[in-house]
Design a protein around this ligand. Structure first.
Ligand code: BEZ
Length: 254
């Protein structure tokens, strides 16, 4: 099948832990929302390096990860997680789970409707889907600065959005179209300190913007982007990204 990860995106479990370790570390509200019980079968969709998946497992639930990237899947297995190494655009079971959990993965999906359909099929009747992803307006300053820097230096901008950051209404409609009942859904602005600054963040996440830029010109684009982003730098707290999360709890009718 097509590679459905955006062109240019690649993962390193080691670099992700250093530059984006805050992504799983900030997952506590989602763990509370799923309220897992011992013995429940749960799928962690886009489990990455398995940091948050191990916290799901501590409840006594029977946890499986799903992760397409080989380096991330290896890191999750090294934590003792059983991982289905596959793309979420391919089916991943039928009535196989009591709950599906997903943190910071859905915004990477090229065909979100297809993925939501697979989640619905994979849940037992009455099963729940608890997820958090980038929501409408997420990292808007960063995206705008990247586009402006590309244009200013004469490079093409991506032909389609790199990430899917839906609104409450948009995601609710998608979930309902896939057959879910939506219990809770909200946008949550969450200014997020960046432990390795904007350079670490751009190195981890911005590669899909740079695929059409020759390698020697990339540093200049990133420097231009960083200059435009000085509004995200605080003299006392350092770099703070303009994150907006979309969190929801939906159920497959019983
Ligand atoms: C995240 O994983 O949280 C993320 C990824 C890309 C853009 C914004 C947020």
């Amino acid at each position: 099948m097509d590679n459905l990860i955006p062109a240019g995106q690649h993962w390193s479990a080691k670099h992700y832990a250093r530059d984006a370790g805050f992504v799983p570390a900030l997952g506590a509200p989602l763990l509370a929302l799923i309220d897992l019980q011992a013995g429940e079968r749960v799928l962690d969709l886009g489990c990455g390096d398995g940091v948050l998946t191990t916290r799901l497992a501590r409840t006594g639930a029977d946890v499986t990860g799903l992760e397409p990237d080989p380096d991330m899947a290896r890191a999750a297995r090294a934590r003792g997680i059983s991982v289905m190494e596959q793309d979420a655009h391919d089916a991943f079971g039928e009535s196989a789970f009591d709950a599906v959990f997903s943190n910071a993965a859905l915004h990477w999906m090229r065909k979100p409707e297809q993925v939501l359909g697979h989640v619905h099929v994979a849940l037992r009747p009455g099963g729940r889907f608890v997820a958090e992803q980038g929501g409408f307006g997420n990292v808007a300053a960063v995206v705008t600065a990247l586009m402006a820097a590309l244009e200013a230096q004469g490079h093409p901008t991506p032909a389609r959005p790199v990430w899917d950051f839906p609104s409450v209404t948009g995601q609710r409609r998608r979930l309902e179209a896939a057959g879910f009942l939506v219990d809770e859904i909200a946008l949550i602005p969450r200014p997020t300190p960046l432990p390795t600054g904007i350079s670490g963040w751009l190195a981890t996440f911005a590669n899909p913007f740079l695929t059409a830029v020759p390698q020697p010109a990339r540093a200049s684009v990133l420097a231009d982007c960083t200059r435009r982003l000085s509004v995200l730098h605080d003299a006392h707290e350092g770099w703070i990204a303009d994150y907006v999360r979309l969190r929801f709890l939906a159920r497959k009718p019983g």
